[in-house]
Design a protein around this ligand. Structure first.
Ligand SMILES: NC(=O)c1ccc[n+]([C@@H]2O[C@H](COP(=O)([O-])OP(=O)(O)OC[C@H]3O[C@@H](n4cnc5c(N)ncnc54)[C@H](OP(=O)(O)O)[C@@H]3O)[C@@H](O)[C@H]2O)c1
Length: 250
């Protein structure tokens, strides 16, 4: 509970990595505002995490599509004038689409850029004025696909977060606000792959690690908790790979 009294906002906090991050931050003492599009999913996660951590009321849910600038006001209202200690930009995912026409290509790229870049940019910009100064944390969830390819428009969208993070770290550094990227490798037990994952795909991804296993949401949450915490104040502008050794040294 070393972070008691602090406030975090976690996008996509109702499922997968975001739910694990929320649970971890609540265990650390943070109050958390979770944001996503599905109210029922968010409410279930909110109740489960609050009860499991013995801190009912520590998590509040805000329903918003973070690709839509008109839907950010609810997040700002939920923060209720408190300084925000950590913004965890976790919402995102791979969006497919019919790329058989140029119109389809454009729609596919826009959807992936919206889901992975705009969600993070809009949430961060909405909360930028109320980030804690000094001491705020901005964390972006990227992907191993940004570092080694493999996801087309998704890879490109996640890579865009890296360049933006470097600029944001430079802008906010003088105010003692850090900006870092967590880049997960293969993480099972989330909604990310939907029905796209096969036993062969799973085995291939596990074989590409040095530790011989799939990542779990808590593996990624551990890195986010460190970066969100008080001990990480001298770490900024970094990309932290959490991938079981699938990509080395970057
Ligand atoms: N699983 C992996 O192997 C893996 C690997 C590398 C990176 N990542 C990244 O890690 C992050 C978390 O993914 P996950 O694996 O935990 O998958 P997930 O369970 O599908 O989580 C994604 C979350 O984002 C929310 N979300 C998506 N679009 C949104 C929008 N427009 N506005 C608000 N919320 C939105 C979703 O909730 P709603 O649908 O209710 O909005 C969902 O809770 C993603 O950015 C993903 O790209 C995952």
């Amino acid at each position: 509970m070393g972070e008691a009294g602090r406030l975090a906002v976690v996008s996509g906090g109702g499922t997968g990595i975001g739910a694990a991050v929320t649970r971890g931050l609540v265990a650390d003492g943070f109050d958390v505002v979770v944001v996503g599009r599905r109210g029922d999913v968010l409410r279930a996660a909110t109740e489960r995490i609050g009860a499991d951590c013995g801190r009912a009321g520590a998590v509040r849910a805000v329903v918003a599509d973070l690709t839509d600038p008109g839907q950010l006001s609810g997040v700002v209202e939920a923060v209720d004038g408190r300084p925000v200690d950590a913004v965890v930009n976790n919402a995102g995912g791979y969006l497919g689409g019919d790329t058989g026409t140029l119109a389809g290509v454009a729609a596919h790229w826009r959807a992936n850029l919206d889901a992975n870049v705009l969600t993070a940019v809009l949430l961060t910009e909405a909360l930028r004025p109320v980030l804690r100064r000094p001491g705020g944390r901005v964390i972006l969830l990227s992907s191993i696909a940004a570092q080694r390819g493999g996801g087309g428009a998704y890879s490109a969208a996640k890579a865009a977060l890296h360049g933006w993070a470097y600029d944001l770290a430079a802008q906010l550094g003088p105010e003692q606000i850090t900006v870092n990227v967590v880049s997960p490798g293969y993480v099972a037990e989330t909604e990310f792959f939907g029905d796209r994952m096969t036993p062969e795909g799973h085995a291939k991804r596990v074989a590409a690690t040095l530790v011989g296993r799939a990542g779990l949401p808590d593996d990624i949450a551990g890195a986010v908790r460190y970066l969100a915490g008080r001990d990480a104040g001298y770490v900024t502008g970094q990309v932290l790979g959490v991938n079981g050794g699938s990509v080395l040294g970057r």
